[in-house]
Write a protein that binds this ligand. Structure first.
Ligand code: ATP
Length: 241
């Protein structure tokens, strides 16, 4: 049976007079890797922020149901307890804490010390660069290393739903590959993921289903592989004629 993890219905967000999201519906089912793609300013980040209750003071309408209960207006602290984690655009690591401390912070809802230490070792083996720099302040890391740390920190909370906002932004091609490899692995391990991405090709290759957003509306949705082959998507988002 399909188990609905997240359901957004008729979501509308306005920043003062600017209508950033104009009534969208989207669903994420258990185990799925869903991507939300679209041009700059389409409203993707606003949608994720509405889900996590991290928008500045602005008007939000519609329903946001996570694991069967409304989370509209919840704060992100409560959501971590509900096993919903987000890696924001720009990463948001604690720059004045060490890498090790950032990972420990990611596990603040847990009290299984041995499990936490085992998870830290797991992420150090996935990202050896973080292990080499474990005692270094996170603010001294490169953008790609901070992205690795932000993802590892979010996963330390054992989320049931992971929201990723533009994880490939500003990274070198090798780092983008690495980040996507981790996204695919985490998805294969059973974590449900909603991925906002500018790199539509990589996102569609990795995802099960996709939504395309344009000027605050969902303009297309469906199987990610079908979209990769859709001439309209190719022309508008994949740089192919
Ligand atoms: P990008 O890929 O560039 O991040 P996006 O699809 O994530 O784009 P949003 O960041 O959600 O788009 O922005 C949607 C619209 O809302 C844009 O027109 C943007 O200028 C506007 N907007 C975003 N944040 C604010 C804010 N804090 N105040 C006013 N307008 C905002």
């Amino acid at each position: 049976m399909v188990e609905n993890v997240l359901r957004v219905s008729n979501l509308k967000v306005a920043y003062g007079g600017i209508k950033a999201v104009k009534g969208i519906d989207l669903e994420v089912n258990k185990g799925e890797l869903i991507t939300l793609i679209g041009a700059n300013g389409a409203g993707k980040t606003t949608t994720l922020k509405a889900i996590t209750g991290t928008l500045p003071d602005c008007k939000v309408e519609g329903d946001i149901i996570y694991n069967g209960k409304s989370i509209k207006g919840s704060n992100s602290f409560n959501l971590v307890n509900d096993q919903l984690a987000m890696v924001p655009e720009g990463r948001g690591v604690f720059t004045r804490m060490t890498i090790q401390e950032n990972l420990m912070m990611g596990a603040f809802t847990r009290n299984d010390k041995a499990g936490i230490n085992a998870d830290i070792e797991k992420w150090f083996s996935v990202f050896p660069r973080l292990k080499e720099r474990a005692a270094q302040l996170a603010g001294t890391l490169s953008g790609g290393e901070q992205q690795m740390l932000a993802m590892a920190r979010a996963l330390m909370s054992h989320p049931k739903l992971l929201l990723l906002d533009e994880p490939s932004m500003g990274l070198s091609p090798i780092m983008v590959e690495k980040i996507f490899e981790v996204v695919r692995t985490v998805s294969a391990e059973g974590v449900t993921i909603l991925l906002v991405e500018q790199n539509a090709k990589l996102a569609l290759q990795a995802a099960n289903r996709a939504y395309v957003m344009d000027s605050g509306l969902i303009t297309m949705s469906g199987d990610a592989k079908d979209m990769l082959n859709d001439p309209k998507v190719q022309a508008a988002y994949l740089g192919e004629a």
